[in-house]
Write a protein that binds this ligand. Structure first.
Ligand code: FAD
Length: 469
């Protein structure tokens, strides 16, 4: 009886404290519409991140006729672009992650959303309008912000992991399990998430080997009990994964090492799942919005609101159990609707109509795609103007980054070059002719001849230097 009463009173204290904190925080911000008169670079709905969450939110706010800018950041399209096959995006039986993201982006652009190639490097949410700084040195005055910066799956950092990422090395069991029917697969990890991945994979795979670095998994007791009862799951304790091996196309083996004996062994496998968690991309929001110890942003229950009115968070950046493309998209839709309600409440529509020239409109320059050998000949080899051509694969994250850099830098070099992009799988013979073995590869053509090339991971400074050459 006393216990019940104690918990009831404790719950009331928690609820009132949370409400007080929320109200006091939102109360601090003055929404002074007059102050907007003196500002430029205004963005009514600023979305930070262009993964399934950010891009989907943009459909709603842009369709609601609010000027929406999506800051795409270092990985345009987000994590989903790293997979060649998605079979759990509603309305699409099967498509590559890039195709899905491209469609969402087009849908949002059709309603007027602008996808900027900028990354947000700093924010200040202590007063309204909120301030965002971009990597191109601009200061944005955002009336609402949706944080959709996602996360990065933690890596093992072992040889072969990056090379075979998306080609047998995977981080999402529920997404990829069906592709490994009847195979032997490994899951590296020891927490609940890794156990859940293994449980799901066991429904498809012939055998699932969980590689645990310690004496025992640190998953909850119930999870460990469930795993024990699944006959095709084997726990390999006190063992580290040390290398991923493949045949160039897909993973074929994993090298493991016994922590005690230091003996190494090769296991034949069809896929290596990594389930050691995600790191949220939320560093720039530290001390700006409440987040948990791991850096996941806290939202107020059943909403995407943070404790600051006008700032919302969605997708993998938010602390929650479900981190799938569609759940992130759903979050962002809720965030976009809340952002629109916030703006409506401020009765800003007339002001925004009258001050259209104050709105921020970043340069966007989608590089022309070459898909046929004939086009390559006409537009690049026979052109009098020099051309910069990037060979890429839509499932390679470093390619997406290089593409976004090129997109960002190309307006500054448009007098000197024409810019093109070629997905390697579409023009294999051309790729072979120019000896394209690693991606991304950026080539400079002049007078029909290959003059220079640069390949692999590239920084903005290196690319600038290359274009200036
Ligand atoms: C290989 C692989 C396969 C997967 N398969 C599936 C699947 O089949 N089905 C499924 O539902 N899920 C799948 N997932 C999971 C899914 O991709 C994620 O749940 C989803 O992408 C999360 O979406 P998000 O928008 O929250 O974040 P992300 O996709 O991580 O996107 C984050 C975005 O934020 C941007 N960003 C980061 N920092 C900044 C900044 N400072 N300024 C501006 N922008 C910034 C990034 O550039 C990126 O655009 C898979 C994941 C991987 C890696």
């Amino acid at each position: 009886m006393y216990k019940k009463r104690f918990f009831f009173i404790l719950s009331l204290i928690i609820i009132f404290t949370a409400a007080f904190f929320h109200l006091s925080k939102t109360h601090l911000l003055k929404h002074d519409i007059e102050s907007l008169n003196n500002l430029k670079n205004i963005v009514p709905v600023a979305i930070i991140g262009s993964g399934p969450a950010g891009s989907s939110g943009a459909i709603f706010s842009a369709r609601g006729l609010y000027h929406t800018v999506v800051f795409q950041g270092p990985y345009p399209g987000g994590q989903l672009t790293r997979t060649m096959r998605v079979e759990n995006w509603p309305g699409t039986i099967s498509a590559s992650g890039s195709e899905i993201i491209e469609t969402i982006k087009k849908q949002a652009q059709n309603f007027g959303a602008i996808f900027s190639n900028e990354t947000i490097t700093k924010v200040d949410f202590s007063s309204w309008p909120f301030k965002l700084w971009t990597d191109s040195g601009k200061q944005i005055n955002a009336l609402t912000v949706i944080i959709a910066t996602g996360g990065v799956p933690k890596k093992l950092n072992i040889p072969g992991e990056e090379e075979y990422f998306g080609k047998g090395v995977a981080v999402c069991g529920i997404c990829d399990a069906a592709f490994h029917k009847g195979q032997i697969v490994t899951v590296v990890g020891s927490g609940d998430a890794a156990m859940q991945e293994a449980e799901l994979l066991a429904k498809f795979a012939k055998k699932v080997i969980i590689i645990v670095g310690k004496e025992s998994p640190h998953a909850t007791a119930i999870m460990k009990e469930q795993i024990k009862n699944i006959p095709n799951i084997e726990l390999l304790l006190n063992t580290m994964a040390t290398k991923i091996i493949g045949d160039g196309k897909t993973v074929t083996q994993i090298e493991i090492e016994d922590n005690t004996t230091k003996q190494k062994k090769l296991l034949d496998i069809g896929a290596a799942f990594v389930g050691i968690g995600q790191t949220p991309n939320t560093k720039i929001f530290k001390n700006q919005v409440p987040m948990n110890k791991k850096g996941f942003i806290n939202v107020i229950c059943n909403t995407q609101n943070t404790t600051i009115d006008g700032i919302y968070a969605a997708g993998t950046a938010v602390h929650k159990k479900f981190t799938k493309a569609i759940s992130g998209a759903g979050d962002a839709v809720k965030a976009a609707i809340s952002a629109m309600n916030f703006l409506e409440h401020l009765e800003l529509n007339q002001f925004l109509k009258e001050h259209d020239s104050k709105l921020y409109r970043p340069l966007t320059n989608d590089i022309e795609r070459i898909g046929k050998g004939k086009e390559f000949e006409e537009k690049i080899l026979n052109s009098k103007k020099a051309s910069i051509v990037i060979f890429y694969s839509s499932s390679c994250a470093t390619c997406n980054y290089a593409l976004s850099l090129l997109d960002q830098l190309s307006p500054h070099f448009k007098e000197k070059y024409n810019f093109f992009k070629i997905e390697k799988k579409n023009l294999q013979d051309v790729a072979q002719k120019y000896n394209i073995t690693s991606l991304p590869s950026i080539l400079l053509f002049k007078d029909g001849k290959l003059e220079l090339n640069i390949e692999g991971k590239i920084t903005k400074e290196e690319l600038e230097e290359f274009l200036e050459s």
